[in-house]
Design a protein around this ligand. Structure first.
Ligand code: GLU
Length: 474
């Protein structure tokens, strides 16, 4: 049974890299009909941020990454918050001490600081490894502070990573890392191993910054006699300036992206493509589609770039795909803020703007001309392809005015027929009349609909009045 987990440390808001990790864990579980778990890694209490923990639940919920076991919902391997599992870690560390794979260390901070300074050593010098059993017992009984350190053996350690392949590290490069801190809490690395084993995790997906600590994990698994999960380290994620994306550098968090108007579907879709691609070149997917096609073996090891422009494009694609009534509801406050004309059909305006915006909030400005004609430059009447310029526009608007004034059938079809026949009988093309009308009615270079639709929206009086205004300008 495939069991994956997203194991965030609640020290800040999730950014796109964190979401990518969670998503890939989720997808591996779903693709294999497995279980996706959320585990909160809060052993470093000094960096704990309560609002960050809440935001993790909220972000996973909004993006649809529902977990099967975790805080709040429980499961057979709970609790799923490490600070609530405190009692589980020490016995494992003690068993390692008994096996000679770990040892007590009583060194005080001053000594350790001194080590690094004077001798230029970064590594712990194994001062306490030399203590004999009675000495250790006496120190423990006297209640002095201690830590438990992993004893790194000689030799080399090799492990397999699903993305980066075989990785070998000389054990000399590893320090005898602390497993249990002097406050009795496990270190992050130790708790992570103990819990992945306890929760029967089969796949560990995480950022490539953890690649270098993985050999230490492997040694721990071996020392404890446990089976190693499959490691899937993800490529580095950078911004368009080539800097690593991180919470600390102020890159937009997921709550901020949502606040900016990005749809959860678009963010998820974009996160999926940061380091992974399907075998064809398709780019737009729903979460349900990703669940079927995601393959960890298609994850690339080269760095991927988070590009706001691409995400914006992706958002427009997902906006287009929304059911019209869903978009209408989303767009309503923005349309209402821009158009107050009595009798306005907002659902219709939403339908017109939906295929043309990257964000729901942008639809208001596409139709704000309905309430008030902006002051525009007569150069707007020039359009090469339509073969119009201010001079032709003047003639066209006169023709239009004459044709529309007596028109009773003020509908799309009625307007279309009247304009076409007026154009024809005056030696103008249809476009040569429609373009100037659209310009006179909207004062904008682009509109979400054509001239006849705008005539309908504005109504007869306002239409004729704006055409007259245009003529005056010309
Ligand atoms: N708690 C770690 C983090 O927030 C997760 C590391 C892991 O997944 O093993 O980055």
């Amino acid at each position: 049974m495939v069991r994956t987990r997203y194991a965030p440390s609640p020290t800040g808001f999730m950014h796109i890299g964190n979401l990518r990790t969670a998503l890939y864990e989720y997808l591996i579980a779903r693709k294999n009909k497995g279980v996706f778990i959320l585990r909160i890694e809060d052993t470093d209490q000094s960096r704990y941020v309560e609002s960050a923990e809440d935001a993790i639940y909220e972000t996973l919920k909004l993006t649809g990454l529902t977990f099967d076991e975790g805080p709040g919902i429980g499961g057979d391997f709970g609790p799923y918050v490490q600070s609530q599992r405190k009692a589980d870690y020490l016995p494992h560390a003690q068993s390692l001490v008994e096996k000679g794979k770990a040892y007590y260390c009583f060194c005080e901070k001053e000594r350790l600081d001194g080590l690094a300074d004077e001798r230029g050593l970064k590594k712990y010098d194994r001062h306490c490894l030399g203590l004999d059993a009675p000495e250790i017992r006496q120190k423990l009984e006297s209640g002095g502070a201690y830590v438990i350190r992993q004893l790194i053996p000689d030799g080399k350690t090799t492990f397999h990573d699903e993305v980066f392949g075989e990785i070998t590290i000389d054990n000399q490069e590893m320090e005898d890392q602390i497993l249990i801190k002097s406050d009795g809490m496990p270190t992050y690395n130790f708790a992570n191993v103990v819990d992945d084993h306890a929760m029967k995790i089969t796949h560990v997906v995480r950022g490539s910054e953890y690649l270098t600590s993985t050999p230490k994990y492997k040694l721990l698994y071996e020392a404890l006699g446990w089976e190693l999960p499959l490691y899937v380290h993800l490529p580095l994620l950078q911004n368009t300036e080539g800097r690593k994306i991180s919470k600390r550098h102020g890159d937009a968090s997921i709550p901020q992206l949502l606040e900016m108007g990005f749809l959860p579907e678009a963010i998820i879709n974009y996160a999926a493509l940061l380091g992974w691609s399907p075998t064809d070149n398709r780019e737009v997917f729903t979460l349900a589609e990703l669940e079927n096609i995601f393959e960890p073996k298609n994850i690339s090891k080269s760095p991927s770039t988070f590009d706001m422009k691409k995400l914006t494009w992706m958002n427009a694609e997902h906006i287009k795909a929304l059911p019209p009534e869903v978009f209408a509801e989303m767009a309503l406050p923005y349309l209402q803020a821009s158009v107050a004309k009595p009798g306005t059909d907002y659902a219709y305006l939403a339908k017109l703007t939906q295929p043309r915006v990257s964000f729901a909030k942008d639809c208001g400005e596409l139709v704000d001309f309905i309430d008030a004609l902006p002051d525009y430059d007569i150069e707007l009447y020039t359009h090469k392809k339509m073969k119009t310029n201010p001079e032709i526009a003047k003639q066209a608007l006169e023709v239009a005015l004459t044709a529309l004034k007596p028109l009773a059938d003020w509908t799309h079809d009625g307007l279309g027929a009247a304009i076409t026949s007026a154009a024809e009988s005056n030696g103008l093309s249809k476009g040569q009349v429609l373009w100037p009308i659209r310009t006179a009615l909207s004062g904008k270079p682009t509109t979400p609909c054509g001239a006849t639709e705008i005539c309908e929206i504005l109504g007869k009086d306002e239409t004729l009045c704006r055409i007259e205004k245009g003529l005056k300008k010309l």
